[in-house]
Design a protein around this ligand. Structure first.
Ligand code: ZN
Length: 258
């Protein structure tokens, strides 16, 4: 009934109890989970992990905050891994101008290279954005190629106008458990964006182990908690959580070919 499109299940403190986490996810109606990489090393690890578990699919890529040990050979490695059958996306990739020090130029170059790998391999991208909306939107538009670039803006953090532009280009967007938090400026903006976004452009995600939904704040997030985020989004869309689960699952299947 649900697809969790973003869960970092390869982190050591989740990996050590993965069987329990996956069985709780199944009990909660999660049928498939996409595990995004953040480095070349984790891309290799995830490509292997998804071979061992039916319900897992992987994304390979280099995260903008993980460029310290970047080497050009990593891009060739990512390109090769992208051809494996259970690798369904290039991600998580993007821009991050929050964690200092950051190198805007390097981040943009690596993002561009990974957009090109995605287009060449006909795979969608999973996009991360923190304090970098203007540069990111400019790059996405530049590399859009009349729809050859497609994908998901995960943990959406831009504004209403950008949400509109993303969905006009055919991208999907998703929110994490933070949409269930007490209304503040960013929650209220997220409500607005969910309301104006076409339901065919919405996906569900947990961003495990971060941002657990209410009532699990302070705990380690996991895919089985996805229902609480889904309930909030269903309420905003004025449909049942079953209907929302069904539609967002179809959206994820269509985008990622799973
Ligand atoms: Zn993530």
């Amino acid at each position: 009934m649900f697809i969790d499109t973003h869960a970092h299940l390869n982190y050591p403190d989740i990996l050590s109890k993965l069987d329990e986490v996956l069985s709780r996810a199944q009990d909660a109606g999660v049928e498939k989970i996409i595990v995004p990489a953040t480095t070349y090393q984790t891309s290799l690890q995830i490509a292997e992990l998804v071979q061992k578990h039916d319900m897992l699919y992987g994304a390979v890529g280099i995260h903008p905050t993980e460029l310290k040990d970047f080497d050009e050979s990593h891009l060739r490695g990512i390109e090769e891994l992208a051809r494996q059958s259970k690798i369904v996306a290039i991600g998580e990739i993007g821009l991050d101008y929050y964690w200092e020090p950051y190198d805007k130029e390097l981040q943009q170059r690596i993002l561009k290279e990974q957009f090109r790998i995605a287009k060449q391999e006909c795979l969608p991208v999973i996009i991360h954005n923190r304090n970098s909306t203007a540069d990111l939107m400019a790059l996405v538009k530049e590399e859009y190629d009349e729809g050859k670039l497609k994908g998901q803006f995960h943990s959406f953090s831009a504004g209403i106008e950008e949400a509109r532009q993303c969905t006009e280009m055919g991208f999907c967007i998703s929110f994490t458990g933070n949409i269930t938090y007490k209304p503040n400026d960013s929650t209220l903006l997220a409500y607005e964006i969910v309301k104006i976004t076409g339901i065919d452009n919405l996906l569900l995600e947990t961003d495990t182990p971060y941002l657990p939904p209410v009532p699990f704040r302070g705990k380690q997030n996991e895919p089985s908690f996805i229902k609480h985020t889904a309930e909030k989004i269903a309420e905003l869309k004025r449909i049942s959580v079953e209907e929302l689960g069904k539609i967002t699952t179809l959206n994820a299947r269509r985008l990622y070919g799973i």
